[in-house]
Design a protein around this ligand. Structure first.
Ligand code: KG4
Ligand code: ZN
Length: 356
């Protein structure tokens, strides 16, 4: 089966074609991503209206390019998938309307994909990971631990009670004068540190019996250190502070994942894999810490290649393909959802960030 996937929920306009041949991992036939970073950089963050207009301007061309690069025509496709939420609603509408129009014209099935399910199932596209698995989902809008039992079957073990981890990277980078987007810039800065233990930062939620996260206090602690340094940082200060930040985030994630592994093992003794997904999963320092954690717990650790961690169309095409295989298609009256939790039974985290 071949499926076209469209992603427009934040600041990447993306289209891709993926294919499966039954069992095991799938194949990415094309994966075209247009980053809008330059459009948003002057504002230090994503401006929803600018994002929606940019998606509208570029999406048709990107879909055409994805088809061309894959060497397929519309008649070779088995279905059309688009991110239908959660995300910035103007952008989501652009992607959903495009996919619905193509489905209406071609008569192909339409799949409304949850963006988070796209991230969650990427490890099945790349590595053929079997259900159930434990998922650490870390992106700009989300920070969750989930037991993934099957397509559309998620049990949330923990979530952030305030900021998402990617948000903490972005906000701390801004406070430190590193610019936007913060994640990759913080990682680059930290690689030049000479004294990574120089700054004392709290390890959020360490030792708590649940599997929840919290990152807003860490950002405040970064601000305090910047103020103590007189507001202006040398490159060496930035490098050391970025490294101390990575240490604190890493310690917190490892502590929370250790708790979640225990809960997961009890509920799913047959499960053997921890998957990390979402933009923050691109971070090499955090990947190394998680690799080490899994080695100690005799778990397999799976992280998708960097380009499939940050937002892309292939993850949406794959989630659409998995849904199509199960007959889980959607009507053309499906309404985009700005909020759309993976586990509808999990209680809402009242102070969590916009998309949690
Ligand atoms: O999944 P994603 O592309 O978009 C959302 O769905 O949110 O994630 C974007 C987030 C941003 O906060 C960005 O700073 C972070 O992922 N990120 C990173 C790295 N690359 C991207 N965070 C830490 N280290 C990185 N290398
Ligand atoms: Zn994402």
């Amino acid at each position: 089966m071949k499926v076209l996937g469209i992603e427009t929920s934040c600041d990447e306009t993306a289209a891709a074609i993926v294919e499966d041949d039954g069992e095991g991992p799938g194949r990415v036939l094309s994966n075209v991503v247009l980053s809008q970073l330059d459009d948003h950089r002057p504002y230090g963050g994503v401006v929803p209206e600018i994002a929606a207009r940019a998606h509208l301007q570029h999406l048709d061309r990107l879909v055409r390019e994805a088809l061309e690069r894959a060497g397929v025509g519309l008649s070779d496709l088995d279905g059309i998938a688009a991110t239908a939420g959660p995300g910035l609603i103007g952008g989501v509408m652009v992607g959903v309307m495009t996919a619905k129009a193509m489905a209406a014209v071609t008569g192909l099935p339409f799949m409304a994909v949850n963006h988070l399910e796209g991230h969650a199932l990427t490890a099945r596209l790349t590595h053929g990971v079997k259900f159930p698995f434990l998922l650490l989902l870390v992106s700009g809008g989300h920070c969750q631990l989930l037991a993934v039992e099957g397509v559309g079957r998620y049990r949330r073990l923990g979530t952030t009670i305030d900021d998402a981890v990617g948000e903490a990277f972005d906000k701390s980078a801004k406070i430190m004068g590193l610019g936007y987007p913060g994640g990759p810039l913080m990682e680059k800065a930290a690689s030049g540190a000479t004294n990574p233990g120089r700054f004392d930062l709290p390890v959020p939620m360490k030792g708590r019996p649940d599997c929840d996260f919290s990152f807003s206090g860490l950002k405040t602690a970064v601000r305090r250190h910047v103020e103590n340094l007189g507001g202006t940082l040398s490159d060496a200060d930035r490098a050391d502070l970025a490294a101390s930040f990575h240490q604190a985030v890493g310690d917190s994630l490892i502590d929370r994942c250790t708790k979640a592994l225990k809960v997961f093992k009890e509920a799913f003794p047959e499960g053997r894999t921890l998957v990390v997904a979402g933009g923050v999963a691109a971070n090499q320092v955090l990947r190394a810490r998680l690799t080490d954690l899994c080695r100690r717990h005799k778990f397999e650790f799976v992280a998708p290649p960097l380009g499939l961690c940050t937002d892309n169309g292939a993850m949406i095409a794959w989630a659409g393909l998995e849904r199509l295989r199960l007959g889980l298609t959607d009507g053309l009256d499906f309404a985009p959802r700005p909020r759309w939790p993976l586990d509808p039974n999990a209680k809402a985290a009242p102070f969590a960030g916009v998309k949690a």
